[in-house]
Ligand binder design. Sequence first.
Ligand code: ZN
Ligand code: ZN
Length: 246
Amino acid sequence: MLKFIGVGDLLNSDLLNTSAYIKKENKMLLIDCGVMSFKRMLELNLFDDIDTVYIAITHMHPDHVGALASLVFYLNNKKIVPNIIVPCEDEEQKQDIVNFLFLQGLVNDKYNLINDEDTFVFDNMLKFTYKQIKHNELLKSFAIEMSFVDKKIYYLGDNNDERYQKNIAKKLGDNDLVYTDCCGNNSTHHIDLDTLTEIYDEKTRKQVYCMHFKDDESIFKAKNLGFNIAIKEQSKEEYLKKIMSH
Ligand SMILES: [Zn+2]
Ligand SMILES: [Zn+2]
């Protein structure tokens, strides 16, 4: 359901910073906007057929928000004023985003701030909610819960939140999907694959997409454990090049 611009962590120049999107007709919802992924968005001409853009930011680490100002400038240049979705109950997070953009020369007529909860991004989206999750003690991180008519999507930007994951696993419906960062070995900021394996049984692991990879090793490990893998989009040129080389 989600498409991916990048699936790597902060420093993975190969897989780019994890960033995802959904398009429906002329509307688009973009989740996170890291520096390495921004260039890729332009290469993929992602905004060519779009006139309404919603941007969700999971947290303020540079691999998730680093190119947000560049993106707003880029969209303004295309006569698009993007809608940045912020948690309605968290004034501090809202203000952090406003300040972050102001320091880069963007005042608030260049973008709209809209609250989660009352945001219906697409016709078939019933609810969009941020939930604060455990990631790094220095800054807040949010999971995004999106309810559609037929399924629920849980997107965990960056987390090491066993309790939240266990709670999802308990109530996961057959059509529901989970997108989560992960890591191969112990890390204080990202949930490790062994813990995810304990939380999600073999059957539900197919509904869990791992992302935010540090290296190829963690991709193989996730795959071998039965999880799904988020795969980054290829441009038409890259796709053709790959086919031709076989
Ligand atoms: Zn990250
Ligand atoms: Zn992070």
